[in-house]
Design a protein around this ligand. Structure first.
Ligand SMILES: C[S@@+](CC[C@H](N)C(=O)[O-])C[C@H]1O[C@@H](n2cnc3c(N)ncnc32)[C@H](O)[C@@H]1O
Length: 279
């Protein structure tokens, strides 16, 4: 049997042969879940080299924080916190991930949460939803731990015209726009069977094109908002070159506000808020 390293090497070799069409429309071959932690450790190093990213993520977290007032009592939990500290903006948030990194409050898998039923008021998924191979199965587990009228706040890549170019061409993860979304896991699957899955187009397809049974899953959609975030894409994120000097950040924020007027063209980030309904 192949070990994980051999499989990863195989995946990288196959990925190199993939063209842009494949990257936009189909998902990547299977990779071990450990790749997430490799990326987390890499992002910590890159984060320190790009001060502007700190400002950008703070803005994103403030957008999420604005969804929190007037929620029922209960914990605020982030799943898949990775390397970034959301508690700088939302101090009460419990930071979790599938990897026991030292800064994480507790280890949690979106498919198998350790929280009791109806104990959490809000679950935040920041760039995590497109890594969930079976989003319906994860949402059903999240619903279990939410109090009545509790919320899921999802922040994801948005596939507008600009989003298609940015994520389709310049980001290593696939958009997978033509790959069928597997809403629910097969019966034989277990939450311990995690692999590295990425389909950046999933949130756009599921929440903006409404291709999936959200209402049947016991949620109603309260908000979908496309955000231009030109300051983010032009920062190059973690791994690509920054296209503007740090001192131009206030100007870039002005550009963001102008481009927010045309979200079909310029939306690159998608905010979704779901509320738990009574089935
Ligand atoms: C792209 S990173 C995002 C990290 C962080 N939220 C951010 O915005 O920088 C995806 C994160 O999701 C986590 N993740 C992947 N599958 C998960 C699962 N089944 N349950 C919880 N977290 C998961 C990964 O470990 C990783 O930290």
């Amino acid at each position: 049997m192949q070990n994980a390293d051999q499989r990863d090497l195989g995946v990288r070799l196959v990925a190199r042969k993939q063209g842009i069409f494949d990257k936009c429309f189909i998902e990547s071959p299977m990779t071990s879940v450990g790749r997430h932690n490799e990326e987390i450790q890499r992002n910590i190093r890159l984060w320190k080299k790009k001060p502007v990213l700190n400002l950008i993520y703070r803005n994103f977290h403030e957008t999420i924080a604005r969804q929190l007032p007037n929620l029922p009592a209960g914990l605020v939990v982030e799943l898949g916190s990775g390397a970034i500290d959301i508690t700088e903006t939302i101090p009460q948030c419990v930071r979790t991930d599938i990897f026991p990194n030292p800064w994480i409050d507790r280890v949690e898998n979106a498919y198998d949460l350790s929280f009791p039923d109806a104990s959490v008021s809000t679950v935040i998924l920041f760039d995590v939803f497109h890594h969930l191979r079976y989003p319906g199965t994860a949402l059903s587990e999240i619903r279990r731990v939410l109090v009545p009228a509790g919320r899921v706040i999802i922040f994801e890549p948005c596939v507008s015209l600009l989003g298609l170019i940015v994520y389709g061409i310049f980001h290593e993860e696939p958009l997978a726009m033509k790959q069928p979304v597997q809403w629910e896991a097969p019966k034989s699957w277990s939450p311990a069977d995690l692999d590295y899955y990425a389909a950046q187009g999933n949130a756009t397809r599921i929440f903006l094109r409404q291709g999936m049974p959200i209402a049947d899953s016991g949620f109603c959609m309260l908000t979908t908002k496309r955000i231009s975030a030109i300051s983010y894409v032009a920062s190059g994120g973690y791994s690509k070159p920054q296209l503007y000097p740090d001192r131009a950040f206030p100007l870039m924020r002005f550009v963001d506000r102008m481009c927010d007027l045309l979200p079909d063209i310029f939306g690159t980030r998608l905010l979704v808020v779901l509320e738990k309904t009574v089935k």
